[in-house]
Design a protein around this ligand. Sequence first.
Ligand SMILES: [Zn+2]
Length: 174
Amino acid sequence: MESCTKDTSAPIYPAFRIAALCGGKLDAHGRGILHCPGPLHKRNDRNKSLSVKDGPDHRALLNCFAGCTVTSILNELGLTKRDLFVKGPPLTAAECKEAALRERSRRKWEEAQRLAARRVRDWTHLRDEFGSELAALPDGDGRERELTRLYHFTLDRLRAVEAEQTRLGKQAAK
Ligand SMILES: [Zn+2]
């Protein structure tokens, strides 16, 4: 998208975006008369009928002198009325603080999930080892009871950690 300003860190307000989509530019005061993409200009708008302004709160103000409605103009540009407004109003200090806390909490849950996932891998590995040792034992081998006990122990641990991992995943998603 074309920007009318050289400052790349400056936000692109809706009116400037709409002007760019109409193939034009606004002046330094955020005003311009552009070719209207609206439906009342079947053979293109040669005389430039559309006034575009960067309004209060950087709301985009559109006015077609030929009478295209704002909705029909937005339609042509693939936009909706919401696109006339700056998205995401600036947060209050309290909202900023709350958002930061939420983010920190989310990161903690994710870290806990990573640890749980590592434990799942460890217990899975042990269970598989005991399982294959058990499977390879010849009949009547004296170690069978002990190996069976170990196998079930690792299986229980694995199920517990998996349950923990699921719970952590639900928490993190909140
Ligand atoms: Zn028009």
